[in-house]
Design a binder for this molecule. Structure first.
Ligand code: ZN
Length: 503
């Protein structure tokens, strides 16, 4: 049996190699590829990805999985072999359940939808995008039906990004969150002038900002021997192997937080990816437990650490040294308040920690209603605008700054949005435990000592990769299920103090 398992592992190692190769090509596309390289790159990517898919769904893999499953389980649920076969089986089964013609049609549809979306957004013309969205929704519905996971149709789509999560659980957690967030937003709006972010609009040389980002992520523990930082239009993290995890950031000359916090965010993802057990290299276990858990790590570093007083105290001297004109006279308190300014805004990716989740909640409500047939595409913009007014307190003046702002639906990604907020919820649950375990944490952060926190996260979360599911990881680390309360408590305390209201 050992031989059969070895053969299965070899097959998955080859699939991992193909996936790594396509990740390198995608990384290059986003960073250094000349514009004219696009067509050739699409072909190369399509060929490699089709080959990886063909191998994953092959009868050989099916036979090997059947043969070793019982043997692997007998080695114990927590064994490497059992976890390997469990995740390999999941990937294989999901890929096999969706018919090839549906995969191809989704690819064709989204490639046209992306083009149409870009044009529609530029002209703020939802009607031009609507037929494409109709098609994306109906294909996703067919995909969900083919996958047959869970009671709700949306469960199957959510499960792709957040394995094991149920739509009804997410709805329950988000309901609690909304009830807590809306009053905070109201208080913040009533005291709008209490916090100023003016100091952040000073010009800072782009090259120097990029150097600062490098310095900061290196201090946080990002290993430049096993990664690199580059610039791209949208910041992202990508993994070629445990020993090659790349991050990018974007730079805005007159808004330093854009580059800085994107780098810290991606660094959080990268610390996770660099911290996975090296034995998982070239196996299906070399990945995060879920997108939500991954996002919990980026958000933990970006917000709970990066927008906290201790971190700001450590950071300010570095800023003064590199940008004396912009930050020479800025006080710690002024900087801390500036990077935490909150308030209603139209664009999700620019939103603060409080309102951000309301943006996500509305997308989750709309996309689950679209897939499950409770909302028509033609009624979606109105539903979007009404919810923006209701919960965020601001009405989009046009669809470009409303329903057309995100790439996800055009790219066919339905079920993805909730993972952003699940990540925020989990980040507070994990951070509360870290503070208990590391009583000196705040003092360490203020001194720029990030190793104890990185070490704790590494041991509790990162090292396990995809071996332990998101649900079990939470259970193990925080002794409980997903819970919005720690995140709400954190926001209530922080923003009540910043804006001067009763929590
Ligand atoms: Zn992220």
């Amino acid at each position: 049996m050992e031989d059969r398992f070895k053969l299965l592992a070899e097959r998955f190692a080859e699939i991992a190699d193909l996936n790594a190769a396509s990740a390198v090509l995608q990384w290059d596309q986003e960073t250094y590829m000349p514009v004219q390289g696009c067509a050739a790159r699409s072909n190369a990517l399509a060929t490699i990805q089709t080959e990886a898919h063909r191998r994953l769904v092959s009868d050989e893999v099916a036979g090997l999985l059947d043969a070793v499953e019982g043997w692997a389980r007998a080695r114990g649920e927590d064994s490497f072999e059992a976890a390997f076969v469990r995740t390999a089986r999941r990937d294989h089964a999901r890929a096999r359940k969706v018919p090839g013609e549906l995969v191809a049609e989704l690819a064709r549809t989204t490639s046209l939808a992306l083009e149409a979306w870009q044009a529609a957004r530029a002209r703020s013309d939802f009607a031009a995008f609507a037929p494409h969205l109709e098609k994306v929704v109906s294909l996703n519905r067919r995909k969900a039906e083919a996958l047959e996971t869970g009671e709700r149709l949306y469960d199957a789509l959510l499960d792709e990004y957040e394995p094991g999560a149920k739509t009804s659980e997410v709805e329950a957690a988000f309901r609690v969150l909304r009830e807590g967030l809306v009053p905070i937003v109201r208080e913040v709006v009533a005291r709008e002038g209490a916090v100023s972010s003016a100091v952040l609009n000073a010009e800072c040389a782009e090259a120097e900002q990029f150097e600062l980002c490098k310095e900061v992520v290196a201090r946080l523990g990002y290993d430049f021997e096993r990664g690199r930082l580059d610039r791209s239009a949208h910041a992202f993290t990508t993994t070629f192997s445990v020993d090659d995890v790349r991050i990018t950031t974007r730079v805005k000359k007159d808004f330093l937080p854009s580059a800085l916090y994107a780098a810290v965010h991606e660094c959080g993802h990268a610390l996770y990816a660099q911290g996975i057990d090296k034995r998982f290299e070239r196996t299906p276990l070399n990945d995060g437990a879920s997108l939500g858990v991954h996002e919990s790590q980026s958000r933990l570093w970006e917000n709970l650490v990066g927008r906290g007083r201790p971190f700001c105290a450590w950071l300010l001297p570095l800023l003064r040294k590199r940008f004396p004109d912009a930050f020479g006279r800025c006080s710690q308190e002024e900087f801390y308040r500036a990077v935490n300014k909150a308030g209603p805004s139209l664009i999700r990716v620019e939103a603060d920690e409080v309102t951000y989740n309301l943006h996500v909640l509305l997308r989750f409500e709309l996309e689950s209603a679209l897939v499950e047939g409770r909302l028509k595409v033609s009624d979606a913009p109105e539903a979007w605008n009404a919810r923006m007014s209701d919960t965020v307190g601001i009405a989009p003046p046009d669809d470009a700054r409303g329903i057309l702002q995100d790439i996800h639906w055009a790219a066919g990604l339905i079920g993805y949005f909730p993972t952003y907020t699940l990540g925020n919820i989990m980040s507070a649950q994990f951070y509360a435990k870290a503070r208990e375990a590391l009583p000196e944490l705040e003092a360490q952060l203020a001194r720029g000592e990030f190793a104890p926190l990185k070490g704790w996260l590494g041991e509790k979360l990162h090292v396990h990769g995809r071996k332990v599911s998101a649900g079990r990881l939470l259970q193990r680390v925080v002794n409980g299920p997903l819970d919005s309360k720690p995140f709400l408590d954190y926001l209530q305390r922080k923003y009540a103090e910043l804006y001067g209201f009763q929590p």
